[in-house]
Ligand binder design. Sequence first.
Ligand SMILES: Nc1ncnc2c1ncn2[C@@H]1O[C@H](COP(=O)(O)OP(=O)(O)OP(=O)(O)O)[C@@H](O)[C@H]1O
Ligand SMILES: [Mg+2]
Length: 245
Amino acid sequence: MKGLLIDRLSKSYGDIEVLNNISMKVQPGEFVAILGPSGSGKSTLFHLVGGLIDPDQGKVILDGYDITGLRGNISYMPQQASLFPWRTVLQNMLIGQELAGKNNQDQARQMLKTAGLEGFEDKYPYELSGGMQQRVSFIRALLSPQSLLCLDEPFSALDELTRVDMQKWLINVWETHQKTILFVTHNIDEALFLADRIIVLSNRPGEVKLDFKVPFQRPRTEKLIVDKHFFECKKQLFEQLQNND
Ligand SMILES: Nc1ncnc2c1ncn2[C@@H]1O[C@H](COP(=O)(O)OP(=O)(O)OP(=O)(O)O)[C@@H](O)[C@H]1O
Ligand SMILES: [Mg+2]
């Protein structure tokens, strides 16, 4: 099977049960948002998919291969920017490509410009604001060659306008490079605006509570936000998030 299969994953830290029996399928080229309360295990789920930690139970299958506990198969933007402090902005952006034996500086420089980071390519992470670091980390993930892109709240440190620009840009990259995207967010509007499907997790231990198909056509424009149907979807998702049964 092509795409990602998360198969009955469970994970505890000591007495704390973080994820319980999480399963989901993500088709190649699909854009799936994961929405869940703070502490429901969303980042832990990404650590498992990226092979940074091992599950207690369950498997992660990518394009038919068991990648449980294995690194290097996905492109991943962690919740904290975690740039390499000894590498410049440009060198940080290119690391994913470098590890894959590629080097496309032109594309990186173009992206840098679009992200409002022109002139900062030779600066070091400590010389950037939090939002700028987040954008570098985002570009680094976009430039990595893997087909599955996992983004953990990529726009949380950005102001509204920059956030909207980055969202449009992400959609563009997704459409042109045919990536598969898993996207963690707290923001219901953002999930409805971007995703094909939204998976709602329960409070800890995280379980899949709702698998919601987003009914809107693409391309989606800002007009959607004032659509009555958009509001109804938002209400339904909000109620699921609130309801802790
Ligand atoms: N390495 C760790 N050791 C011990 N406990 C951990 C570890 N990583 C996560 N946890 C615990 O697991 C739970 C889920 O954490 P996680 O970071 O996955 O949540 P989250 O859904 O990403 O939250 P947020 O929305 O705030 O980012 C928390 O209770 C956290 O304390
Ligand atoms: Mg998190």
